[in-house]
Design a protein around this ligand. Sequence first.
Ligand SMILES: NC(=O)c1ccc[n+]([C@@H]2O[C@H](COP(=O)([O-])OP(=O)(O)OC[C@H]3O[C@@H](n4cnc5c(N)ncnc54)[C@H](OP(=O)(O)O)[C@@H]3O)[C@@H](O)[C@H]2O)c1
Length: 338
Amino acid sequence: MTDGRITTAKLGDNGPEVGVQGLGCMGMSFAYGPTDADASRATLERALELGVTFYDTADAYGAGENERFLSPFFKAHRDEVVIATKFALSIPPDDPTRRVIRNDPPYIRQAVEASLKRLDVDVIDLYYMHRRDVNVPIEESVGTMADLVREGKVKHLGLSEVTADELRAAHAVHPIAAVQSEWSLFSRDIETHVVPAARDLGVALVPYSPLGRGFLTGSFTDAEQDLTPDDFRRQQPRFTGDNATANATLLELIRSVAEAHDASLGQIALAWVQQQTTIHDLPVIPIPGTRKPSRVEENTAATRIVLTDEQLDLLNGIAAQVAGNRYADMAFTSAGRE
Ligand SMILES: NC(=O)c1ccc[n+]([C@@H]2O[C@H](COP(=O)([O-])OP(=O)(O)OC[C@H]3O[C@@H](n4cnc5c(N)ncnc54)[C@H](OP(=O)(O)O)[C@@H]3O)[C@@H](O)[C@H]2O)c1
């Protein structure tokens, strides 16, 4: 890193070169309580100054609102940014706890046109299948995604929350640049099957929620008490009640490492994720989400921290002690199908 800028890495064998840390933009429009558009815009600009080039959104975030919000920033910096968006998931407005998943070809075609329009760009750099509908063969969905590449609507393909077998089947149809799945000190289920498959195939890993949706920074303890009524984290079992109380005690292990580095808890959580690149020998490009310029500075600075083997051992023990699942319904995750 020079002048505070982060270094770059290739997003898988066939993917673009990106900053080693991306930016998750979901919270700017969706899921995590009240937003401040000016602060979010300032965060996007500060991130770019610091070498963050990989920006993550989805059509589901605010039912298109997040893509629309990001559009002016992307247009102003089109040659400097790698735009990742997703299809497959929608949330019925009358029941925000429900998820509708579609992977069929007509739906994919309709979704990509809608995303291109909202983003107001000619091409999407990385197009992910957000969730898997097991009723549609993955070869069929990826076949349509590959057609979008041939037609110039999309440059690279990605998958989110897929199993190792699903990734292999998809990659046989068209090269997959990246798998996006939850990976953090609290969520390590993908290490058993998905990560080795990605390494074998030359696919990058894009960890989402690397800060455990903020819990690993210590910024909230009990979602029901600390967060607004519409905050999605109130639906996640590990952030409420006795689970949250038990999980908060695990932060003390992170704190001891943070003190040794004169770093924040969040920086240690990010350094641990980033270091999985060397541990598992594949590109790992986390996308921490924030809406504050000062936090993007803090988060990108974490790419300079190198944890010792003893510190990694200590931190590695945390995940097995976490109380509560990462989602109320694990059927929509790779772990739920493996
Ligand atoms: N594929 C999927 O299914 C999926 C699922 C979830 C998320 N995602 C993507 O992954 C991205 C990141 O995941 P995430 O946003 O769920 O979780 P995350 O990155 O683990 O945590 C985000 C939370 O941490 C807070 N935060 C960030 N930096 C901080 C810091 N330095 N100090 C204290 N708090 C800090 C943020 O608050 P502020 O915003 O207020 O700073 C926000 O509440 C999302 O934006 C989205 O693009 C994908």
